[in-house]
Design a protein around this ligand. Sequence first.
Ligand SMILES: NC(=O)c1ccc[n+]([C@@H]2O[C@H](COP(=O)([O-])OP(=O)(O)OC[C@H]3O[C@@H](n4cnc5c(N)ncnc54)[C@H](OP(=O)(O)O)[C@@H]3O)[C@@H](O)[C@H]2O)c1
Length: 307
Amino acid sequence: MKNPTQILKNRYIRKGQLEKSNVLEPVVEKSKDSITKKYNFDGKVVIVTGASSGIGKACAFEFAKKGAKVVLAARREFELKKLVDQIAILGGEASYLKTDVKLINDCKLLIDYTIQKYGRIDVLVNNAGISMRASFEELDLSVIKNLMDTNFYGTVYCTKFALPYLLERKGTVIGVSSISGLVPLPGRTGYCASKHAMDGFLNTLRIENMRKGLNVLVVHPGFTISNIRNTALNKYGNPQKETPRNEAEMMSAEKVAQIILKSTLKRDRSRVLTMQGKLVVWLYKNFPGITDRLILNEMAKESHAPV
Ligand SMILES: NC(=O)c1ccc[n+]([C@@H]2O[C@H](COP(=O)([O-])OP(=O)(O)OC[C@H]3O[C@@H](n4cnc5c(N)ncnc54)[C@H](OP(=O)(O)O)[C@@H]3O)[C@@H](O)[C@H]2O)c1
């Protein structure tokens, strides 16, 4: 039986006749006397946390399509297993480890597992995250703890254990932050705090490792279609199980993943996504007082808004 990776790689020749999402697109590098075809991430190893859904799942597909061996981490093992199989059917290579990023030991095991299996780490995508929706006045404090443990400490733990291997490869640490890492979002105190903390941590890590060739990319998605609003915690710490916004108007997780992949290749330092996101970041930097009111008015329009 033919190797499925090879089959997909050969099929790019007929790429015009195939559905784009099923094709490993080659980069064609022209030199003076030859044309070589290269997959950007051939042989590279990429870890994606929060790979069972949304942006993380889309990143896993994007990196695998470009030739990377992808290691998937999240708590829902069944979803991870399904994704590994889907990537294999497309001719890519993936494996998974059930991981709760709140737990230091799980993060250590994830890195150990990756090194044992593949011997290297080129890219770490710190994407696992949860959100919340409640006013601070009514909020049970355990919600803020949970958000900091997942979004901030999950990033810190995975990065700490992966750092020596990333430095060996002059690789990339990615943090999937949020527009809320740059501007305030009422009803999401814990979420904003965790994303601001992530930004401060990663921006400082970048400077510390500047001379060692490490790249640190902080991505700030705007509203993106995913499960995040369904799992967002209410004031008691339970998932709210609904989305208060029109998901159809948002950027797709696939688009976010494509931007992350391109930015990784370009070794960008940060990306702010969506027109709305770029506008609000600019407004907040230049007119913070007015922008506070604009943000509040916008968020107060949500159904059952807590503010
Ligand atoms: N969607 C948006 O509008 C938006 C905007 C800006 C930023 N972001 C950020 O994008 C990232 C991905 O979110 P998403 O929108 O794709 O939401 P999502 O569909 O809910 O995905 C979140 C992922 O994080 C994982 N996760 C949550 N807690 C975890 C834990 N303790 N340990 C390991 N994995 C955990 C979930 O997997 P399990 O439940 O299986 O563990 C899931 O795979 C988050 O950091 C989020 O803050 C999202």
